[in-house]
Design a protein around this ligand. Structure first.
Ligand SMILES: *Cc1c(COP(=O)(O)O)cnc(C)c1O
Length: 230
């Protein structure tokens, strides 16, 4: 077994243990292997080892890899998305994790309409309020979701995504994950047409176990699978 296959096995084991610790069914948790900065050969090793979903954060890098790897995997866009790049990825992504502003929603809606498709997105929430992070604030999240659902019929809001602050101890970020879960529940209770809180995308290499304990059902993991990025 190669290192990537071993890392993957170990990561899936850790996800499973975190789920069981929280009394959850491990099979309900989806792993997005974050392949940004990783070359196609190594990505292929991960695919051979059983990875089904890949996460990329740069449009050009995604396009280059998509040309080689194609549609047999589920592609997830996890990075900040500029409006003028939407046209290159629309219809190719299973899920865009980073809807964070109305101008982007408008462009996604327009490009999806031209292709007669719906685009599935998560709303990125800046739970910690750090200035360096993208995302809608906790306070504005419900009005934002409501407006997008009302104004943009080609967008399906499928859940929420957050990136926790960097911390030396993952326990320190537990409250941020908890807040995102509570927000997701409160949105679900409003039964907004076109909005389904199916996915809670939170947890990366340094904090995914805590995220799973707090209710994540989609984790975005890079380094634990591929090793450090160059
Ligand atoms: C890079 C990245 C990840 C994965 O980070 P690792 O620490 O390598 O697991 C997850 N989510 C987003 C949005 C990222 O940019």
């Amino acid at each position: 077994m190669n290192t990537i296959a071993q890392n993957l096995e170990r990561t899936l084991e850790r996800i499973k243990n975190a789920a069981l610790k929280a009394g959850r069914d491990p099979s309900g948790i989806k792993l997005v292997a974050v392949s940004k900065g990783i070359d196609v050969d190594r990505i292929k090793m991960a695919l051979e080892a059983g990875v089904k979903c890949l996460g990329e954060n740069r449009v050009q890098e995604f396009i280059d890899k998509y040309e080689v790897i194609g549609e047999d995997v589920e592609w997830h866009f996890i990075g900040h998305l500029q409006r003028n790049k939407v046209k290159y990825i629309i219809g190719k992504m299973a899920l865009i994790h980073s809807l964070d502003r109305l101008s982007l929603a408008e462009e996604l809606n327009k490009r999806a309409g031209r292709k007669s498709i719906k685009v599935d997105v998560l709303v990125q929430v800046n739970v910690s309020g750090e200035e360096t992070k993208h995302g809608v604030s906790l306070e504005k999240a419900i009005p934002f979701v409501t407006t997008v659902a009302e104004k943009y019929p080609n967008i399906n809001i499928k859940g929420l995504m957050t990136i926790a602050p960097i911390a030396d101890d993952p326990e320190k970020v537990r409250p941020y994950f908890r807040k995102l879960r509570l927000l997701s529940q409160s949105i679900e209770e409003r039964k907004i047409p076109g909005v389904k809180m199916e996915w809670l995308s939170m947890g990366m290499t340094d904090d995914f176990e805590v995220a799973v304990e707090e209710g994540a059902n989609m984790v975005r993991i890079g380094r634990a699978i591929f090793g450090p990025r160059g």
